[in-house]
Write a protein that binds this ligand. Structure first.
Ligand code: NAP
Length: 598
């Protein structure tokens, strides 16, 4: 019979979470001081003097799609470390590297994807966790922070699911789940402060042994330019990529980063803060009978004109359930009352909200606001839009390029423009500045081995990161082969970056290029049809270690491409359905299958 050093504290022992964590560290310290390896508290450490300085371990995991949860988890890891904890941070895709049953404390930061689904990197972890035969986690103390967007009915669905599942498995909450909206920094910092407060007696208790640094979490402890303090960048170029006559309007933007101190890698994302359309602001103030020149006081105490507040600070478009709930008391609408009263029919609210904006609410359910501030109090702060960067910094030093479809459509008898795409396309260039920040995307990166072949599937604006990848592969003289699948409606009008791609074929950067012009013939042809046609070759590249990347539409394209990838592996690899699923899961785990879908 083998003994465990230091001994495990039985789950049934009558210790509070804090006492348990302290005891884990204390025991680890004693055993470490005796020169014994610890296998109970992975965070237990020896100082060079040999004195035990056990650090209580708090594991931080993230389930992230766009990188927000990942970035937040890293920040949490740093703050916990500064507070004297051993706080490793891992993505949920790496769940096999840990044994949840051996962990005592876990923080999980999760975004939600699609219709209440887990992000790509959490699919496997969530499948395992929710399985009926998952071992109980009675020793675990956990806290979940969900990130989401309250415009969606499934707001923070994955955070809620993780939270409920850990509870069902017998784990104990360190603190209540946090549900953060798009403006998550401050609530997330507050949530972590609460967690640290809950763990502080543990930290205090172990201070005698470990003397950890005390960390105060501040929402503002940040480098020069970031999401909270964006860089005012000059827009150097705004060029339409579609030819005259195309139904689409996809733009190429070039933004100057000189003097910002900001740097990025290909695959990363640029955050852009848009301004609302002045016409929308004027319509809104007129409909509400407010004077746009009136000075208003914002929640942070700043005093500016109402017009500027509505142009730059608030989301004046999106209507979501919380806004409806706050709106209903301000007007006398039977329809809104009924809609909100029937909790059982979420789809009724969804279909009511479709295409409706705040101006529609004002016109249809005229509210009574005592002051502009009462109206502003209902609005969310305007959020940054995140765009996949379409340039390599090696090819364009001090610049960042974007490839964005200008969104325009009709709803409820009005012409609607995408807030940020119309801001960049119509209202900034040539004189203006745009507030930007960079966000790393560790989940969407070129292979570090330059000899590795890459396959890129990017129809429409999905080409953005692959222009950057190809520029990077050329600049680094990567020997690995490059294969691009691109699709759009018509070859004549919608061949984005045609000239550049043709040069890349000529100069040997792009070895294989397959196009799918969906509307140049009677039957639609999509990128996945081209993948199917080239199945044998695709399989050969995969067996040679190629990385497989997808960027673009999440709802249909990414799913259909995934289906065909499975088909190709099954057919040319001679694999059963379960072997194919295992092969794809392994590709994801080894980061050979990466997606940037929206
Ligand atoms: P896109 O709409 O994604 O279209 C690019 C190409 O993909 C077109 O040839 C399109 O063909 C084709 N396509 C359509 N369904 C497909 C599928 N299931 N599998 C593979 N290919 C498929 O192009 P975009 O330039 O990136 O976007 C243009 C507009 O769509 C923008 O207004 C953008 O905002 C919007 N958009 C919305 C979402 C979203 O809401 N999630 C996602 C992506 C794009 P056909 O059009 O001929 O069928």
């Amino acid at each position: 019979m083998s003994a465990s050093f230091p001994p495990q504290i039985p789950a049934s022992a009558p210790f509070s979470p804090v006492q348990r964590l302290w005891l884990d560290g204390y025991l680890a310290g004693i055993f470490a001081a005796q020169g014994l390896a610890t296998n109970n508290a992975p965070g237990g450490q020896l100082t060079t003097s040999g004195e035990a300085k056990p650090k209580p371990r708090v594991l931080v995991m993230y389930a992230s799609q766009s990188g927000n949860s990942e970035e937040l988890a890293s920040e949490f890891g740093e703050k916990l470390t500064a507070a004297g904890f051993d706080a490793p941070v891992i993505g949920t895709e790496d769940h096999t590297e840990i044994e949840l049953g051996n962990e005592s404390h876990l923080l999980i930061v999760s975004s939600t994807w699609g219709e209440g689904d887990p992000p790509d990197n959490a699919v496997e972890f969530w499948d395992l966790l929710k399985s009926d035969n998952h071992p109980r986690l009675e020793n675990l103390h956990f806290a979940v922070l969900g990130l989401g967007d309250s415009n969606y009915l499934d707001f923070c669905a994955m955070g809620k699911l993780f939270d409920a599942r850990f509870e069902a498995l017998g784990a104990t909450r360190i603190t209540a789940r946090g549900d953060c909206d798009t403006d998550f920094e401050e609530p997330a910092a507050n949530w972590l402060n609460t967690v640290l407060g809950e763990l502080s007696s543990l930290s205090d208790a172990s201070t005698s042994a470990a003397e950890p640094d005390k960390a105060t979490i501040s929402a503002n402890s940040a480098p020069a330019y970031d999401k909270k303090n964006p860089f005012p960048a000059r827009l150097l170029m705004n060029r339409r990529l579609n030819a005259e006559g195309s139904a689409r309007d996809t733009r190429h933007f070039e933004i100057e980063l000189t003097g910002s101190g900001l740097s990025y890698e290909v695959g990363d994302v640029l955050g852009v803060y848009p301004h609302n359309h002045p016409q929308c602001v004027d319509e809104l103030t007129a409909a509400l009978a407010f004077d746009g020149d009136q000075i208003v006081t914002l929640p942070d105490g700043e005093q500016i004109t109402l017009r500027r507040a509505l142009l730059e600070r608030f989301d004046i478009r999106n209507v979501n359930r919380p806004l409806l709930e706050a709106w209903a008391p301000a007007c006398d609408s039977e329809l809104l009352r009924k809609l909100l009263a029937d909790d059982s029919d979420a789809s009724a609210i969804e279909s009511y909200l479709w295409g409706r904006e705040i101006i529609d609410l004002v016109n249809e359910h005229r509210p009574r606001f005592a002051s502009p501030e009462d109206f502003l109090a209902l609005l969310r702060r305007i959020g940054a839009r995140l765009y996949s960067i379409s340039s390599s910094p090696k090819a364009h030093p001090d610049e960042v390029h974007l490839t964005i479809a200008r969104v325009e459509y009709e709803a409820h008898d009005r012409r609607r423009l995408g807030v940020c795409s119309s801001f960049l396309s119509d209202r900034v260039y040539p004189e203006g500045e745009v507030n930007v920040f960079l966000q790393t995307a560790k989940h969407f990166k070129l292979p570090t081995d330059l000899n590795t072949p890459v396959i890129m599937v990017g129809p429409g604006t999905g080409i953005a990161p692959f222009r950057a990848f190809l520029e990077e592969r050329r600049a680094t003289e990567a020997a690995g082969l490059n294969w691009l699948f691109f699709g759009n409606p018509h070859e004549a009008n919608d061949f984005l970056y045609r000239d550049e791609l043709e040069v890349m074929i000529e100069d040997g950067t792009l070895q294989r290029f397959d196009t799918a012009w969906s509307r140049d013939q009677e039957t639609k042809i999509y990128v996945q049809d081209r993948m199917r046609e080239a199945g044998a070759e695709l399989w050969k590249w995969l067996t040679e270690g190629a990385h497989f990347y997808v960027c673009g539409d999440a709802k249909r394209m990414a799913k259909d491409v995934d289906d065909v990838l499975h088909e190709v592996i099954a057919e040319y690899g001679g694999k059963s359905a379960s072997e194919t699923a295992a092969y794809v899961a392994d590709m994801k785990k080894s980061k050979r299958y990466q997606r940037d879908v929206y």
